[in-house]
Design a protein around this ligand. Structure first.
Ligand SMILES: *Cc1c(COP(=O)(O)O)cnc(C)c1O
Length: 306
């Protein structure tokens, strides 16, 4: 049986110099064959606790593109723990097979429960969710996106000693757990720059509460309209990037972040030093699902190798 703790340490890969800026990508997307990038980091200590306490069931939340849901499903399968996914949108109930991510989760044995978006939005208080949780005694609940103390601890292991010489460390932000872990392990001489992948106006307040350090900044100008929204300029950029560097990017997080970094440098608006470390947080499992959607719209597809 594959143990959950086995992973490769990540490698730093240099890109060409862009207008005098050296960009190095930390390939966290390659550390685990299935549980890619930051999702491995976020789940490492949570699943260690699940194993130690012999917890029978893990329950979590996510949408039809959620890398977190896919990671929990495959982590659960690999250690033989039952997983339950509470899915945003009851319209998915009868069309699981139309979501690449949800079908993957089901194949890994995750039990999916699709709930209306309105209830999902209030999931922490909703009676409907409480009723689901009651059906699984002794369950371990993981918050949406996995962001909690143990996840931040795992993400603080992304940066290694040799990374503390970079001027800046960049990552994409969803729920912010990865960003906080990076801030905690960064050197005070570094700037940790986060790129919002969704419209989330409260994220700055959330981060301020979670860390005492202030060597960080959040850019929210490259959300491309919101979570899992894309446009042709983003897809073109990702495809050119892939052609040039053979590094696949995902459309929801890392594609938007690298688009932003390249554009800010080209517009001479990059203010965070010339030695840049970019964290590739993974998310490649989301490409196939996005391509299905793009195909329906007759839009340009994301090129990648399966
Ligand atoms: C989930 C995810 C993120 C966001 O991580 P948070 O800790 O929720 O901010 C970034 N990149 C990828 C590829 C992800 O799957």
């Amino acid at each position: 049986m594959q143990t959950f703790n086995t992973f490769k340490s990540s490698i730093n890969q240099s890109l060409d110099t862009i207008e005098g800026h050296s960009i190095v990508i930390k390939r966290e997307d390659l550390i685990h064959p299935i549980i890619s990038g930051n999702k491995f980091r976020k789940l490492k200590y949570i699943f260690k606790e699940v194993i130690d306490r012999k917890t029978p069931t893990v329950i979590t939340f996510g949408g039809a593109f959620s890398n977190h849901l896919a990671a929990v499903a495959s982590a659960g399968k690999s250690i033989g723990v039952q997983t339950v996914g509470i899915v945003r949108g009851d319209e998915w109930k009868n069309k699981i097979n139309q979501s690449v991510t949800l079908s993957f989760c089901e194949k890994k044995g995750m039990h999916l429960i699709c709930i209306p978006r309105k209830i999902y939005a209030e999931k922490d208080a909703a009676i409907e969710v409480q009723q689901i949780l009651k059906k699984y005694p002794k369950n371990r609940l993981i918050p949406e996106g996995g962001t909690e103390t143990l996840a931040i601890q795992g993400c603080s292991e992304i940066l290694e000693d040799e990374d503390l010489g970079f001027d800046s460390v960049c990552c994409s932000i969803g729920t912010g757990g990865t960003f906080i872990g990076l801030i905690e392990s960064s050197s005070l001489n570094q700037k940790v720059v986060g790129f919002n992948a969704l419209k989330n106006s409260s994220i700055t307040d959330f981060i301020s509460i979670q860390t005492k350090k202030n060597n960080w900044e959040i850019n929210s100008k490259y959300t491309f309209g919101g979570y899992a929204k894309t446009d042709d300029s983003l897809i073109s950029f990702m495809n050119t990037f892939y052609q040039q560097y053979k590094i696949p990017l995902d459309p929801i997080y890392t594609g938007k972040m690298l688009f932003a970094i390249f554009e800010l440098i080209k517009k001479k608006e990059w203010k965070w030093g010339k030695n840049i470390l970019v964290i590739h947080t993974g998310g490649i499992q989301g490409i196939a699902g996005m391509n299905l959607q793009l195909q329906k719209k007759n839009a340009q597809l994301i090129s990648y190798e399966k």
